[in-house]
Design a protein around this ligand. Structure first.
Ligand code: SF4
Length: 373
């Protein structure tokens, strides 16, 4: 069995650009040439500013959207070409957790129905009693009680509703779960519980997770590898520890440096990204970051840098020089607000029954260990 469970190759998604009553609509280049690989059992994070295309990318990976061009392979099969029973199997193996746990749950359905619905679809021969038992087991697994099956979504808090969403995602026995900002609508303390729950489930059930988030604390806490997106393209990708310790792309450096410190002591030495992100309907030529990059040179406007790898790379012409010349603005571990959040996660971890960092399965860690030796 291949180590790679999910692979995207030159994925492109453009919206608009068609004629309408009001003239030609602008073509929005939401995702433009993304290639990546997700290994079995790992937690892969996609991070970037709002509007960078990360949610569109998540939907393309799930085939909730059809790509303009490019391909997504899940376990060696092209996602966009499957139909009928093969598509049903794909839906069983890949599940999605939505950002807003309230609007993603049908308010007219009881929790038992919501969690049991995927079982009705994917295991139609299962008896009603067996299904009820399975729902009770799933609710226990996500920290709810079996008697909650008779209640409705509005009777629960945000964190509990997200647990219901996770139980529903788990019901079909997926191999991969994609979470689009799964905790951003929750309070910080509840975020910690849900993140730790997802980490535990991932470890215990051998799940692969793809997490979309803009919260760097969440990313650093729970992911093994990270891809940083800017204006529809991945600008840096690598192991989370390495990207956070040694960000190589100017955008990643600025993104990490934008994490506010508790005392503001390092504000003066943070690299600043000037201006707003350009519109994806009219992206800059060459390197899309050149209009905001403090290191931009003539070549950057003409030539688009490439990542060069599906698993690790930096899309910048000059990153090797920049890494030497530019002092890394890593926030102090003591004053960094992210560290404060980690402490909260750790407190939630130590105070409860959950653990915060899952060890990777053998398939995902072998290469990592070899690389570290
Ligand atoms: Fe900045 Fe040029 Fe590198 Fe783009 S290619 S990130 S503009 S230095």
């Amino acid at each position: 069995m291949s180590d790679v469970i999910l692979e995207a190759t030159s994925l492109v998604k453009h919206f608009g650009g068609s004629d309408s009553w009001f003239g030609k609509t602008p073509k929005v280049q939401a995702v433009d040439g993304v290639s990546l690989r997700v290994r079995r059992g790992e937690t892969f994070a996609i991070v970037g500013e709002s509007g960078c295309g990360k949610s569109t990318l998540a939907r393309l990976l799930m085939r909730l959207l059809e790509p303009t061009s490019g391909a997504v392979m899940f376990e060696g099969k092209e996602v966009s070409s499957v139909s009928g029973d093969a598509l049903k199997t794909l839906r069983r193996d890949m599940q999605f957790i939505f950002q807003d746990p309230f609007s993603s749950l049908n308010p007219r359905m009881s929790v038992g129905k919501l969690v049991g619905e995927p079982l009705e679809v994917h295991a139609p021969d299962m008896s009603a009693q067996h299904r009820r038992d399975k729902v009770a087991e799933l609710l226990r697994k996500v920290g709810l009680r079996p008697e909650h099956a008779g209640r409705y979504p509005h009777e629960f808090s945000g964190g509990q509703r997200q647990r219901i969403g996770i139980a529903r995602a788990l019901a079909s026995g997926p191999k991969l779960i994609i979470g689009d900002e799964p905790v951003s609508a929750l309070d910080v303390s509840v975020q910690a519980q849900v993140i730790n729950l997802m980490g535990d489930l991932s470890r215990d059930l051998g799940l692969t997770l793809v997490i979309i988030a803009h919260d760097l604390g969440v990313i650093r806490h729970m992911s093994d590898r990270v891809a940083v997106m800017y204006l529809g393209r991945i600008v840096e990708m690598g192991r989370t520890e390495e990207v956070f310790a040694n960000p190589r792309h100017p955008y990643t450096q600025a993104l990490l440096a934008s994490i506010p410190s508790m005392d503001g002591s390092d504000a003066a030495r943070r690299p600043v990204v000037l201006g707003e992100m350009p519109s994806p309907s009219n992206p800059p030529s060459g390197c899309r970051f050149h209009t905001r990059c403090p290191h931009a040179q003539g070549r950057c406007k003409e030539e688009s840098p490439t990542l060069g790898s599906y698993e690790d790379g930096v899309a910048c012409h000059f990153w090797e020089t920049l890494a030497i010349d530019t002092p890394l603005p890593i926030p102090s571990p003591r004053s960094d607000a992210t560290q404060a959040r980690f402490a909260l996660y750790r407190a939630a971890t130590e105070g409860g029954t959950v653990t915060h960092k899952k060890p990777q399965p053998e398939t995902a860690t072998k290469q990592h260990r070899e690389d570290h030796l």
